[in-house]
Design a protein around this ligand. Structure first.
Ligand code: ZN
Ligand code: ZN
Length: 313
């Protein structure tokens, strides 16, 4: 069979699209805060969105407050050579620095906490644990990263999750894309080994129409071809579900659930082309009706949102 000669530039575009895009956390946290604020302005759950905007402002402040400590050379060498995630969240000990990040996030949201007794109690509980029982905080962080939070973790989960995002994204941003080797497991973050919160189809010129999975923890993005299950990598059982959005044709809805009939899972896919300001973390929490719809149809979600305690079945 003759080899097709591609002359339309398709291969050039394939070669140029970056495999891994490391985060720029300062801008991401700031933009996410603005997105939550915008969603709060026309949403039934305005107070909740405003709270999350405040959390993101706390993340931006914490991020700016301290530099990344050095990632061990051996971890980077193993990543370059063998594709092992250099920041592997499941096995790498965390520096105590992330407690300072948590304190900064708490300081930023505490102004709101005064107006809300429940939030004030959560902030007091975390502040006290940071001072006198840091092992408790570490245990919750371990459970969040392992994906097995307990019901008691629920109210503390988003604030601890936010601080972990600051700490891990700071480390990720200190690497270069070349430090992050090609992983054998394309369904988890090549930088820290966590699952993605969702996937984003971008409109940046260098990534136009490419799909990137967005890490729930370190916010690294990595390319995966479209119409492919982000959990089992099968293509044949993939379908898309949306909820109706007033004033938009179904084809123009910017958030879809990408479901897979092979493994009965789903993850949301966010289309920047339909909404350039869409954010895979903020808009995920503003589209929980879609999760309920897909859940009712028997699909399980595969990636967490660290600003949201998922509850239990
Ligand atoms: Zn990651
Ligand atoms: Zn699947």
């Amino acid at each position: 069979m003759p080899t097709p000669i591609i002359t339309d530039g398709t291969m050039d575009r394939l070669i140029k699209a970056p495999r891994v895009v490391l985060p720029e956390p300062q801008g991401l946290f700031r933009d996410r805060a603005a997105r939550f604020d915008a969603l709060a302005a026309h949403d039934d759950s305005g107070a909740y969105m405003r709270f999350l905007g405040q959390v993101c402002r706390g993340q931006a402040k914490a991020y700016a407050a301290r530099p990344a400590h050095a990632v061990p050379e051996k971890a980077v060498a193993n990543s370059r050579q063998y594709g092992m995630p250099p920041l592997s969240a499941h096995v790498t000990p965390r520096d105590i620095q992330w407690h300072a990040d948590l304190r900064d996030v708490l300081a930023e949201v505490s102004a709101q906490g005064q107006a809300n007794a429940q939030l004030a109690a959560v902030i007091a509980e975390l502040t006290s644990a940071l001072a006198s029982d840091p092992a408790k905080i570490e245990a919750i962080a371990d459970r969040i990263i392992a994906g097995i939070p307990e019901p008691d973790d629920g109210p503390l989960y988003p604030l601890i999750g936010a601080a972990l995002q600051v700490y891990f994204s700071r480390l990720a941003a200190s690497l270069t894309a070349e430090d992050v080797g090609a992983s054998d497991v394309p369904t988890v973050c090549p930088c820290c080994g966590m699952r993605p919160t969702g996937s984003l189809v971008r409109i940046n010129p260098d990534r136009m129409n490419y799909r990137y999975l967005v890490c729930a923890l370190c916010m690294t993005e990595w390319n995966m071809e479209r119409v492919k299950c982000t959990s089992c990598e099968e293509e044949k059982g993939v379908a898309y579900l949306t909820v109706e959005v007033e004033g938009r044709a179904p084809a123009d809805v910017p958030i879809r659930a990408e479901t897979c009939d092979e493994c009965k899972t789903y993850l949301k896919i966010f289309m920047q082309e339909k909404d350039p300001n869409i954010d895979p973390i903020a808009d995920d929490l503003n589209s929980l009706a879609l999760d309920m719809l897909v859940d009712e149809k028997g699909y399980s979600r595969t990636g967490p949102n660290l600003l949201f305690y998922p509850g239990h079945d």
